[in-house]
Design a protein around this ligand. Structure first.
Ligand SMILES: Cc1ncc(COP(=O)(O)O)c(C=O)c1O
Length: 355
């Protein structure tokens, strides 16, 4: 396996420019005077801002270096190996846009999985190949490899997967990384709730790897809109080249930095959410309507019930919103329930007991 990895590394390292769309490779990105000036300036008359001081009269740092330096320490990567965007949804869109030629290059996704890969793909006129997961929601490698075409540029793997909640087998993911010559994106939005390590540490071994994470789940900052992509410096440069110049605002950068300086709150929240997830699964299993609770490595549970659309509407009438996933592949009669506070989970169970 080491040999294969070495070979792949060499091949892909020389090929990165071939993976990028030609117009993007050739284009000149937007540049500001602040990109060109290095050092501590005193007077800023370059960006047509309002000069009278308020907290927000200046544009933010376009490359968010202070946040990246702190994040790099925590994730044990280099700041240049991090992209920050308006949620990881921005990174998903930019990755597809940067590497897939519309109407020609395809992406491969698993079915079921997170909906935005398909949305961004359709938005960018990029064909989608869907490969059904196995009955226990793992990768079916034979089907996956035989579905690839010479125009498949990106494979999206979501682990833990949304909406199923489980981790994909790490050995199978490694197999994909070893064999696929295009880009493998591993979306780890829920990794903090999982019992395995992140793939971020494998960036050096696999130059074709991009790992996505987010501040929206364990970090408790969904409203802030901040997502992360970790990849080789070369990949990150491409994403930075095509993003909007000031895609992460000043307030988001400040709050993210402050949050990263003390990870304790997030770690405590993760422990509490996992504890509640176990309790919620146990309480749900006592209910007559529950047919199956799928194992979860995320902050939600996929639950098979007798009548998912009916249960969904019943809860909605009682002002409790869950997600009806019954039309999703392999998820017939399933609802997806996010783990709430202890009180919210109790209220949910009380409501369900009355069905
Ligand atoms: C798997 C997965 N990836 C990405 C996202 C989007 O995250 P963000 O809020 O960072 O855009 C979600 C949101 O639910 C998700 O489930």
């Amino acid at each position: 396996m080491q040999n294969t990895t070495k070979m792949a590394k060499k091949e892909i390292a020389t090929d990165i420019t071939k993976l990028v769309r030609k117009n993007i490779l050739d284009m000149k990105p937007y540049s500001s005077a602040r990109d060109e000036f290095k050092g501590e300036a005193e007077i800023f008359l370059d960006a047509n801002e309002n000069p009278f001081p308020s907290h927000y009269n200046r544009y933010p740092d376009p490359l968010q270096w202070r946040v990246k330096e702190k994040l790099a320490e925590i994730k044990k990567v280099k700041p240049e190996e991090i992209f920050l965007g308006n949620g990881s949804d921005e990174a998903i869109d930019l990755i597809i846009r940067a590497f897939c030629e519309p109407y020609r290059d395809s992406i491969l996704i698993t079915d079921p999985t997170y909906g935005m890969y398909a949305v961004c793909s359709e938005l960018n006129a990029v064909p989608i190949i869907k490969v059904e997961l196995t009955k226990d929601f793992d990768l079916d490698l034979d089907t996956l490899f035989s579905a690839l075409t010479t125009d498949t540029k990106i494979i999206f793997l979501c682990s833990p997967n949304n909406p199923t909640g489980n981790l994909l087998s790490p050995t199978k993911i490694l197999n994909v990384l070893d064999q696929f010559k295009g880009i493998v994106v591993i979306d780890e939005a829920y990794i903090d709730f999982a019992k395995t390590e992140s793939f971020v540490q494998l960036l050096t071994a696999y130059p074709n790897l991009i790992v996505l994470q987010t501040f929206s789940k364990a970090w408790g900052l969904a409203g802030l809109r901040l997502g992360m992509a970790f990849a080789s410096k070369e990949f990150i440069q491409i994403l930075n080249k095509i993003k909007y110049p000031y895609n992460v605002n000043i307030q988001t950068q400040e709050i993210a930095l402050k949050t990263l300086q003390d990870c304790k709150k997030k770690e405590e929240a993760v422990i509490e959410i996992i504890r509640e997830r176990i309790k919620l699964a146990s309480d749900l299993s006592q209910l007559a309507l529950t047919e199956h609770i799928y194992p979860s490595d995320a902050n939600f549970l996929l639950v098979k019930v007798k009548d998912a659309p009916g249960t969904y509407r019943y809860l909605m009438d009682r002002k409790i919103i869950v997600r009806d996933r019954s039309k999703v592949t392999l998820c017939k009669n399933c609802i997806r329930i996010t783990v709430g506070t202890p009180q919210e989970n109790r209220n949910l169970i009380i409501a369900l007991q009355k069905i």
